[in-house]
Design a protein around this ligand. Sequence first.
Ligand SMILES: [Zn+2]
Length: 268
Amino acid sequence: MLQPEVREAFFRGCKDVDEAKACLEDPQALLGYMDRAGVDRFVLINYESPEVMGFTSETNDWILDYCKAAPDRLLPCVGPHPKFHDDLGAETQRLVDLGARMFKIHGPHMLVQPNAYQDDYPQLADMYRVLSETGIPVMFHTGTSIFRSARIKYGDPVTLDDVGCDFPDLKVIIAHGGRPLWTDEAWFLLRWFPNFYLDLSGIPPKRILQWFPRVAQIADRTMFGTDWPSPGIPPVKQNLDAVRALDLPAEAIEEIVSGTALRVFPPR
Ligand SMILES: [Zn+2]
C-alpha cells in the first residue's frame, strides 16, 4: 500500500531490510525474528493513512488476520481514521470484537489532532468511549516524523491534555515521549494523568535518561518499544540490549521491558 516515495524512504533507512520484508510476508518469519531477539510478544502497529503513507482501511483487517498465526505472541494494533468511518463507535467495537489489542492515532500521518472530537471529528469521542469501556489502550504518536508529507503540528502532545481531562478512564500511551521537541510536555502529562503510559519506541536508548532523567519514578507505566522496522531503527535485539544496559535499578528495567506491558496487555 505504501506510496512510492514512502516505500523508498522506509526501506532505505531500515537496517535489516531483508528480514523486515520477509516478516511482512509471513508471520512465521516474524516469530523466528522474535525468538532470535529474545522477545515474547510484539504489538504490531497499523493505522489508516491514505494521504501521507498510503495505508487504506484494509490495513486494519489485514493485521487482525496476520496475527491469527500466533494470537498469544502477535498483538494487533489498528487505527481507523475518523474521516472514513461515520459510525466510528461501531467500527471501534467491530475491531475490538475481532481481537484488536491497541488502537493508534498517528496525528502527523492521519492529519488528525487527538482532541479533534471538539471540532473536525466529533465521532472520535465515540471511539474513545468504546475504548474506555473495554480497557483497550490507545496510542498517540507524539514528536516528529521523517516522512515528507507528514505534518508535525499533529504530534504536539499538549492536545492530549484534553483527552486526559475528557476521558479519565481511557488508557493513553504516549508513543515516543514527544521526542525530540516535546519531551518536557510529555513528562508533565505522564506525571499528571495516572492512566497515561510512556512508550520508548523510536527514542535512541542513549537519549532515554537524557530526556527522561526521572523515568524510574514511572517505570510501572513505561514500556519498551522499538518502532522496528521504521527507518533508522536498529535491529530489535540491539535496541533491547541497550535498554537493559541503562543505568537504572534492576526492578525498573524489569518493569520497562516486561511488567508494564503485561498489565496493559494481559495474556488472554
Ligand atoms: Zn509513531
